[in-house]
Design a protein around this ligand. Structure first.
Ligand SMILES: Cc1cc2nc3c(=O)[nH]c(=O)nc-3n(C[C@H](O)[C@H](O)[C@H](O)COP(=O)(O)O)c2cc1C
Length: 191
């Protein structure tokens, strides 16, 4: 896929077909994350790819708790689109049927510039989203589990010594097409 096309057509996917992701593709996606730029080349990241049924079930059970805490936030946010509350809740608890979910950790919590390191992990995540889309694999980047306070539990269960959990990313082949959420005008200036 041409780079610009990948950048413009990638969408957050919240419904997936059950088809597994070939091991080689999953490894290439993860590898691509490691080639992101990082402040002072710290590479302050760690990723866990969850794909066994048992581990996915554990994540989904935990996501049930995330949704319980998140529901008031969703109701507030989607006042004009109440149907989105159910749609988002179902996605979070089922992971949309994704065969893989990545857990992203911030691996250098002791580094003084938290902003720079956090941006580096975000760059690695975006690299992986685009590498996945290049293979026709959809994704959805989620911070809800971290925002709702479930980071420590995910750390304890999946990567006890790999830093702070910051995001979850579903991966899988899209079921249907996702709409393009509108983009806001006036968000850059050339001086
Ligand atoms: C840092 C970050 C956190 C996000 N958290 C969530 C989330 O918790 N749940 C969710 O359904 N989508 C989440 N998203 C996806 C956004 O809703 C989505 O990117 C946005 O609506 C634009 O749509 P697009 O990705 O299809 O272009 C997140 C995206 C980013 C970059």
């Amino acid at each position: 896929m041409e780079t610009r096309q990948a950048l413009l057509t990638r969408r957050s996917i919240r419904r997936y077909r059950p088809d597994p992701i070939p091991e080689q593709d999953l490894q290439e996606i993860l590898e691509t994350g490691l080639y992101a730029p990082s402040g002072v080349n710290l590479q302050p990241w760690y990723f866990v790819a969850v794909q066994s049924q048992e581990a996915l079930d554990e994540v989904k059970e935990l996501m049930g708790g995330v949704v319980e805490r998140f529901r008031p936030v969703l109701k507030e946010r989607f006042q004009r689109h109440p149907e989105q509350v159910g749609i988002t809740s179902r996605f979070l608890t089922s992971l949309g049927g994704a065969p893989v979910c990545l857990l992203a950790f911030f691996y250098k919590p002791e580094y003084p510039s938290r902003d720079g390191t956090m941006q580096s992990v975000a760059a690695a995540i975006e690299n992986m989203l685009l590498a996945a889309w290049d293979k026709g694999i959809g994704s959805c980047w989620m911070t809800a589990p971290q925002q709702m306070g479930f980071g420590p539990e995910l750390q304890r269960r999946f990567a006890p010594d790999k830093g702070e959990f910051i995001a979850m990313i579903t991966l899988g082949y899209p079921e249907g097409e996702a709409k393009l959420p509108p983009r806001r005008d006036g968000r850059y200036t050339i001086v």
